[in-house]
Design a binder for this molecule. Structure first.
Ligand code: ATP
Ligand code: MG
Ligand code: MG
Length: 534
């Protein structure tokens, strides 16, 4: 057995080689096109990609598990393809479970003929109850011909067919309930998004997955370990059909605190208008976190460092955003913004009478980012929060300009606390910027056209760290998750493009969600840096 220690680009290294891998590793990512990919799916997709493409020179399959037409749509399918590409994942082959409906149908007939499956019209509640108690269904001993006849009715979508399903005849009372005659085919006369009304019957995931893994030559099926109880069932089906065995590797689901990672629940949020859509920046979808400012590099590094461990974890968001900061800090150009509300206008003695501009680096440590224009004049805007702290006679630093001494300073009480009513600074450019305690961002309204911007911060959508299966999500909806403030930004910001990631100095990192157009403020979303875990 080969021992490789190849590391991923991100420095991860682990192994799944419990099978002989000489004939090449084949992994697969099998999303159901019933929603957009979320960060949990990203883990599954990236791990499969890692084993197929980095650890071994193998093959990665993308298989759309489109076996439930009631939930699936082309829109989701297209979005999944795009999101995988965005993450740098290139499947070697794409297939659809629905490509195999003819084969699966024949395999089901074979199961019936071999006495390995039977048709059952027991109602759902009774079936559940019998399964719990380990009682055989009244249909369990039907003859092959009876079973085939009912399967035919199911195929037609007839009245009898609709009431029936096909179950694998494994066990009535095995302690592992996943082995108690699982359903393998259902009747559901709903048009399929690819095949229209061709079929009225659809295989279940439990049946479809082992069969297709086997016939698509998958060597290693990576599955989240909530499926572990179903592994014997998976292997039983392959054995019953005399199909090639597949090695199953379980890994832990990835969960985050105060975050829902279930397409069903996310779909509800979209439908109820709790969020703006699947790409809402508060959503844990790939699109959502991208829109919030997550980079692909950070996402890959974070997930691949987690590796395929089997411990179920409830991560907080701190570490992944801290990882992201490492990626964006060296490449985020710096600009300046001053909050409109209560912005303080200061006069600057010693400034030239006429406003002027100078070219300054966009990033002190990254010359590649080029320069921007900084405007200077005898009047500047300062954030109230900064101005409030000044004392007469104090020497401060105006960033990208130099030192100044506070000459006049007065405040008055207001409903929001003290506001600064009069502020006069005098330039003291020979002063040592290293010696001042306060380095202040500021903007000159003269010599440039300030750009109106909206800065938006977000909080988690839910208030409980870990939502349990029987919790009512509505009880834990965070009533306020969006925080907007208006600000002025320097003129350079008018040229930024959708998706640009920048830093407003001393305010944080932001991603441009709506570029500036005349009269309409630019909208920036604040990018978490892991300090608060938001
Ligand atoms: P959801 O509950 O969000 O609908 P799912 O498992 O039903 O997830 P699929 O489209 O069937 O959605 O998932 C595709 C793959 O992603 C599966 O292999 C699944 O195990 C994996 N996956 C889903 N959620 C997570 C998660 N939170 N962590 C890791 N892998 C996940
Ligand atoms: Mg699923
Ligand atoms: Mg699920």
């Amino acid at each position: 057995r080969e021992k490789k220690t190849a590391k991923s680009k991100e420095g991860a290294s682990y192994d799944i080689a419990l099978l002989d891998t000489e004939n090449g590793v084949v992994t697969r990512f099998p999303p159901e096109p019933s929603g957009y990919l979320h960060i949990g799916h990203a883990k599954a997709a990236l791990l499969n990609d890692y084993f197929a493409h980095e650890k071994y020179k193998g093959t990665l399959l993308l298989r759309f598990d489109d076996t439930n037409p009631s939930k699936e749509k082309e829109e989701f399918q297209d979005a999944i393809i795009e999101d995988l590409a965005l993450m740098g994942i290139k499947p070697d082959r794409t297939s659809y479970s629905s490509d195999y409906f003819d084969d699966l149908y024949k395999y089901c007939i074979q199961m019936i003929k071999d006495g390995n499956a039977y048709a059952d019209d027991t109602d759902q509640a009774t079936m559940r109850d019998e399964r719990m108690k380990g009682i055989a269904s009244k249909c369990r001993d039907r003859t092959v011909d009876e079973n085939l006849a009912v399967f035919e009715e199911m195929k037609k979508g007839s009245e009898l067919g609709i009431k029936s399903c096909i179950r694998a005849k494994i066990s009535v009372d095995n302690p592992n309930k996943a082995l108690r005659d699982p359903v393998i085919y259902r009747c559901n006369p709903v048009p399929h998004h690819r095949l229209g009304s061709k079929w009225n019957i659809y295989p279940t995931y439990d049946f479809c997955c082992p069969v297709l893994d086997s016939i698509e030559n998958v060597t290693h099926a990576l599955r989240t370990n909530e499926y572990r109880d179903r592994n014997p069932q998976y292997q039983w089906i392959l054995e019953a059909l005399k199909l090639r065995r597949v090695h199953i590797w379980d890994f832990a689901r990835m969960n985050f605190i105060r975050t829902l990672l279930s397409k069903r629940k996310l779909t509800k949020f979209v439908e109820q208008g709790v969020v703006w859509g699947w790409d809402d920046p508060r959503f844990p979808t790939i699109r959502g976190i991208r829109r919030r400012g997550m980079t692909v590099g950070a996402l890959r590094e974070f997930i691949l460092k987690q590796g395929p461990s089997r411990n179920i974890v409830n991560l907080d968001w701190t570490l992944i955003w801290a990882t992201n900061k490492k990626y964006i800090d060296p490449i985020a150009p710096r600009y300046t913004a001053v909050l409109k509300e209560n912005a303080v206008t200061a006069t600057v003695k010693g400034a030239p009478a006429k406003a002027y501009t100078e070219d300054r680096p966009r990033h002190a440590k990254n010359a590649e980012l080029g320069t921007k224009k900084v405007a200077y004049s005898g009047t500047i805007l300062i954030d109230l929060e900064d101005a409030k702290t000044f004392k007469e006679g104090e020497e401060i630093t105006l960033m990208a300009w130099g030192n100044a001494i506070v000459r006049k300073f007065s405040t008055s009480a207001s409903p929001i606390g003290n506001i600064v009513t009069n502020l006069e600074l005098e330039l003291h450019l020979q002063g040592d910027v290293k010696k001042t305690e306060k380095k202040i961002t500021w903007l000159s309204p003269e010599g440039q056209t300030l750009v109106p911007v909206e800065l938006v911060d977000f909080d988690h959508l839910i208030t409980k760290d870990k939502i349990e299966e029987d919790d009512n999500v509505e009880d834990f909806l965070n009533p306020k998750t969006e925080f907007r403030s208006d600000a002025w930004a320097d003129e350079n910001v008018a040229d930024l493009k959708l998706g640009d990631i920048i830093q407003f100095e001393r305010k944080g990192y932001f991603r441009l969600d709506r570029p500036f157009t005349k009269g309409v403020p630019a909208v920036f979303f604040s990018i978490p840096t892991g300090k608060t875990g938001k």
